[in-house]
Structure formats: structure tokens, C-alpha cells
Ligand binder design. Structure first.
Ligand SMILES: Cc1cc2nc3c(=O)[nH]c(=O)nc-3n(C[C@H](O)[C@H](O)[C@H](O)COP(=O)(O)O)c2cc1C
Length: 274
């Protein structure tokens, strides 16, 4: 019997032995963005699992783009060298191809690790000023981010490009842009978090403009046959605290008569994971 799952497939020029892909999974186990022995263990095991493609966890394109102090980054030579060591290890002992998810955590940055509660860092915990399309906090207990200036947008775009170059030098074979889960690129896409009036907010076309600029800039430094993808959140809704009547027409929100929906509110572990 032939099986689609176990048959080869090509993503652009990347040949995959089957259709099993391991999602990026934040490990919160890096040291100032630098991969640790844990990454060798975790990714080495997955590279040797039989999956055709393993996507390295959400990786911050600048220091302040990390979710937590434990998040992986790709903004320094040390980060790049450590990732190259992980890739070399996976190549030596495993069969999977390796992709990476590049991200900027935006207004959800500067947080504690999940096992420390996942809440925003307190001032004494080396917290940092977060940035976002608009100065709107992620939730009632979250700090208000600074609205990004044109200079911020240029720096963050260049950070994605530099991280892509570093990933390619380290041996990564596919890149995914993280445009989901309320992080920076998603917060540009969403009318809930993006209230800009400068051509990067308003219509869907305008809200997509910045993520697309980043995608084009990253694409421009990638080899032609290397796959570039993006993860997106396809529905969004205000937190349960928002009155249902304020929900935009496209966004189903929890009601007392829809218990399944209320399980999927943004405060759930799923929304808080990478
Ligand atoms: C430990 C853990 C870490 C995760 N880290 C990331 C991540 O780095 N990037 C990401 O896009 N999603 C991350 N996720 C979300 C998963 O990729 C996935 O979307 C989620 O588990 C829901 O699975 P489903 O989409 O198959 O329903 C993480 C999930 C878990 C459980």
C-alpha cells in the first residue's frame, strides 16, 4: 500500500524523505540566545527520529525580540557558532533536514519562562522595554509597549535579514517566519493590536505591509531553492475581559453558550507557547 505520509516530497529544492515535520518548540534553555547542551540533546534526538524536517524553535532576531531570557536567539556571533554546532551534531547523528523559525516577540517579550509563570518580568529581573505596532498592552497585567518608529521598523527588518544570513551560514536549510501567536509580525496583521495611521495599519493590505517587507528582505538573501514559509494565526479574538459586542464580525469570541470556544481563549497555554 502506498502512503502519502511516508512518501518523499520537495519544498522548493529541499528534498524531504517523508511528510513528517516537527514543529518549532521553544525550550527556554538558551543563555543570552546561545544554544546549550540541551539543544544538542533535544534537536539531536528529533533529527534522529525519522521525521524528514525538524524546525528549530522560535529564535529571536534581536535580543529584545526574545520572549524570555531563556529563548534562543540569532543576533550574535556566539549565537551563530552555537547553532552551527547543533546543526553539525544533528547532521552527524540524524537524518532530518533542519529549518528554523525566526521571530520577534514584540509586546509579548520580556516575560518569565513558562515554569516561572510566564508573566512579564519585574524591573529587577533585567526586564526590557517592549515594542509593538501600537502602544497597546497584550493584556491587563502586561506593560504597554512602545509604538515602533520608522527606525525601529528598519532595525527589526534588518535583524530578520541578518538572522537569516546567520542561519544559512550555520547550515539551516529552510526558514519559517513566525507571524502567529500574538508576536510582533502577528500583531501587525491583527486589527486588535495594530492601530497605526502611517500606511502600516488600517486595511488588511496595509497591516500586511510590514510582515511582507520582512519576508521580501529575507527572501532576497536566501538561496533561490531554499524554502521560506510563515506560520500565521488565522483567527483572533479579544481576551475574555472584552465585551462580546466589541468583537469584529470576523472574530468569533467565547460566549457562555459556546464552551468549546471559551477553552481557546488567548490566556490558554496554547496561546502562551512559542
Ligand atoms: C513546548 C512547546 C513549545 C512551542 N514552541 C513553539 C514555537 O517555538 N513556535 C511556534 O510557532 N509554536 C510553538 N508551539 C506551538 C506548537 O507548534 C503548536 O502550534 C501547538 O502545540 C498546537 O498544535 P497544533 O497546531 O497541532 O494544534 C509550541 C508548543 C509547545 C507545546
Amino acid at each position: 500500500m502506498t502512503s502519502a505520509l511516508f512518501s518523499p516530497i520537495k519544498l522548493a529544492d529541499l528534498e524531504l524523505a517523508n511528510r513528517i515535520v516537527v514543529s518549532p518548540m521553544c525550550q527556554y534553555s538558551a543563555d543570552d540566545g546561545v544554544a546549550s547542551g540541551w539543544h544538542i540533546t533535544h534537536l539531536g534526538m528529533l533529527a534522529n527520529s525519522g521525521a524528514a524536517l525538524v524546525v528549530v524553535e522560535a529564535t529571536g532576531t534581536e535580543r529584545r525580540g526574545r520572549i524570555t531570557h531563556g529563548c534562543l536567539g540569532l543576533y550574535s556571533d556566539d549565537c551563530e557558532a552555537a547553532l552551527a554546532r547543533v546543526v553539525a551534531h544533528c547532521r552527524r547523528y540524524g537524518t532530518a533536514k533542519l529549518g528554523i523559525q525566526l521571530t520577534h516577540a514584540g509586546r509579548k517579550a520580556s516575560a518569565r519562562r513558562p515554569w516561572e509563570g510566564g508573566q512579564p518580568l519585574a524591573p529587577g529581573e533585567d526586564a526590557w522595554q517592549t515594542i509593538a505596532p501600537s502602544a497597546i498592552a497584550f493584556g491587563p497585567d502586561w506593560p504597554v509597549p512602545r509604538e515602533m518608529t520608522a527606525a525601529d521598523m528598519e532595525r527589526v527588518r534588518d535583524g530578520f535579514v541578518d538572522a537569516a544570513k546567520r542561519a544559512i551560514r550555520a547550515g539551516i536549510e529552510a526558514i519559517e517566519l513566525h507571524a502567529a501567536h500574538g508576536y510582533l509580525l502577528h500583531s501587525f496583521l491583527s486589527p486588535i493590536s495594530n492601530k497605526r495611521s502611517d500606511g502600516y495599519g488600517g486595511s488588511l493590505t496595509a497591516r500586511m505591509r510590514y510582515p511582507l517587507e520582512i519576508a521580501r528582505a529575507v527572501r532576497a538573501v536566501m538561496p533561490r531553492g531554499m524554502p521560506l514559509g510563515a506560520g500565521s494565526t488565522s483567527s483572533a479574538f479579544p481576551r475574555a475581559a472584552s465585551a462580546p459586542t466589541r468583537a469584529p464580525p470576523w472574530s468569533p469570541i467565547p460566549t457562555s453558550s459556546s464552551p468549546k470556544r471559551s477553552n481557546a481563549r488567548p490566556a490558554s497555554p496554547r496561546a502562551r507557547s512559542g
